[in-house]
Write a new protein. Structure first.
Length: 563
């Protein structure tokens, strides 16, 4: 029997991310599984005539990166060539946004909407200089008077359209729709927030099967180049039909199944089902979950892990539900469709109890300390009512975890999914809304780990780029994107801790830490090779360290070393 390896790595540092964070200098792969970890002498007998020996040249071999919160289809749809890049640093002013749209009008076939993604007023010069100056339909009308234009903000909580788009969706003078911004004359400005964005979504043609497939392929290619070998699609189902032309809808799960059958999935995909949308109630949730048949999947390539619930309110511009109100006013309560806080708390609890009793893992989208406390307590109540072993429920985002919520999550073996690259992106703007103390505390990695909470990290792409290298640097430095200002230095964590959130602890979230997430014999050969020594690098330099090789299940899916 041939015992030779398919791949052997030598000449660098192998960071195993095992329980002791042990290091090695060589690793071998055979039949998609890690067959040896150690020194060069340990792998030398495994080199045969068909073995590819990879000289790491002093580089670093890591477990494949697991982005534990990434909207794959939406990411593909929101990035070139499928969408206009209107985010920083591609554009830095309203004038440059208009220029990018003008160029797109000339490329996009006649009759189609021009779409773009990524704008953020904090990085648009005119808006940064004058906070009262907001994006307007007039900025877009000059370059696209006849073609409808829709530009999604980086966060997904606001949409900017031109006058032609407003005409097509039927919005005009004296429009009274929550979330539609109007000027002093009662005319829509072209900005739509939160639920009002559905007006645009409903006017856009739904994604075709080919568009979904192309978007996922585009995302998979980008992720392979970044060393990402696993990610979680945090919500696919009926509740996503009205989001980004259905990018989070049931048809996207069908597209993933087709790519799986064709052998084209170059990353492992975990899915949370999405029975209802952001404002769905408990009755709608239970009905949707009971009727939703996700179809056949593969436990190691395309797995259904659980369900997603939206656990916080929809407040224009400010979605976090806080114990203390925002600075300068704002809503400290939930403010969802006229519901009282008590009614919404009861509804969240009912959805969590239902999903827990049905045996699902639950991921709850929740921002703001008051909302997080509510969800943590609801998790604990559901577990007390119907005990389950190792449910692995988790809060999604968890930006303002309190000592209370951390204690509850840790006590029951629940987790939190945080987003360091969002912290990096918004750190310069947070103080405006929540003050210096709360802004510095946002995404409290140090406190959460010290409390014993299992923490996984994700990009929430397309909200931010799925660059885990920047995520590592942010967790270690707590510096902001625009000014490099330190925000909450007491929440810094070390490299080993940060790397675990993208590897073994993200695998834990997937119920897969027994077979992936670390470089140990018998585990899946999901690998990422960095050019340079990660362990000695200045954290400021980590985002620029090239990913030169990516392996998923023993298959090379990105290779600069051989190019």
């Amino acid at each position: 029997m041939n015992a030779y390896a398919d791949l052997v790595f030598v000449g660098g540092t192998v960071v195993t991310v095992d329980a002791g964070f042990s290091l090695a200098s060589a690793l071998a792969v055979r039949d998609g599984v890690i067959s040896a970890v150690g020194e060069r002498a340990d792998v030398a007998p495994l080199v045969g005539p068909g073995t590819r020996v990879v000289d790491l040249r002093g580089g670093t071999l890591l477990p494949g990166i697991n982005d534990s919160h990434l909207h794959g289809c939406a990411f593909g749809m929101a990035t070139p060539p499928m969408s206009v890049d209107v985010g920083h640093p591609a554009v830095s002013s309203l004038a440059e946004v208009a220029g990018a749209v003008r160029a797109a009008v000339g490329r996009v076939p006649g009759g189609r909407w021009v779409t773009g993604h990524g704008w953020d007023t904090g990085y648009l010069a005119e808006c940064a200089d004058d906070p009262a100056r907001l994006p307007s339909r007039h900025d877009l009308d000059a370059v696209s008077p006849d073609r409808p234009v829709v530009l999604y903000s980086f966060s997904g909580h606001a949409t900017w359209v031109n006058s032609r788009a407003l005409e097509l969706i039927g919005l005009g003078r004296d429009t009274v729709v929550p979330g539609v911004v109007v000027d002093g004359a009662g005319e829509p400005t072209g900005l739509l927030h939160e639920g009002a964005q559905a007006l645009v979504q409903n006017a856009l043609p739904p994604l075709s099967g080919q568009e979904r497939t192309d978007a996922i392929r585009s995302a998979l290619g980008a992720l392979a180049r970044l060393g990402v070998t696993s990610y979680t699609e945090p919500g696919l189902g009926p509740g996503g039909e009205g989001i980004m032309r259905g990018a989070l809808g049931t048809g996207t799960l069908d597209a993933y199944r087709r790519l799986l059958a064709a052998g084209e999935l170059t990353a492992r995909v975990g899915v949370l089902l999405l029975p209802t949308g952001m404002a769905g109630g408990a009755e709608e949730f239970a009905c949707g979950l009971g009727e939703f048949d996700p179809g056949s999947t593969d436990p190691r390539r395309l797995a259904i892990h659980g369900v997603k619930i939206f656990g916080d309110g929809i407040v224009p511009n400010r979605t976090a539900w806080m114990h203390e109100p925002y600075l300068g006013g704002g809503c400290g309560s939930l403010c969802v469709g006229g519901e009282s806080d008590a009614e919404r708390i009861a509804g969240i609890g009912a959805m969590i109890r239902h999903a827990h009793a049905a045996g699902h893992q639950i991921g709850v989208h929740v921002t703001g300390d008051r909302a997080i406390d509510t969800v943590a307590d609801a998790f604990a109540a559901a577990q007390a009512e119907r005990p389950r072993e190792d449910a692995r429920h988790y809060v999604i985002h968890g930006d303002f975890l309190t000592a209370h919520s951390m204690k509850v999550l840790a006590a029951h073996g629940f987790g939190v999914n945080m987003n360091p690259t969002i912290k990096w992106t918004v750190a310069d703007l947070e103080e405006e809304f929540v003050g210096a103390r709360r802004a510095g505390y946002a995404w409290p990695y140090r406190d959460a780990l010290d409390a014993g909470v299992r923490v996984a990290s994700g990009s929430d792409a397309p909200v931010t780029a799925p660059d885990w290298r920047q995520g590592l640097a942010t967790m270690m430095l707590r510096e902001s994107k625009a000014a490099g200002r330190v925000s909450g230095p007491e929440q810094r964590i070390g490299l080993a801790e940060a790397l675990r959130t993208y590897t073994i602890d993200a695998a834990w979230q997937d119920f897969a830490d027994g077979w992936k997430g670390s470089l140990e014999v018998g585990k899946a050969a999901d690998l990422c090779v960095l050019d340079g020594d990660l362990l000695t690098a200045d954290p400021h330099d980590i985002p620029g360290m090239p990913v030169v090789l990516t392996v998923m299940d023993g298959r090379i899916v990105h290779d600069v070393l051989r190019d």
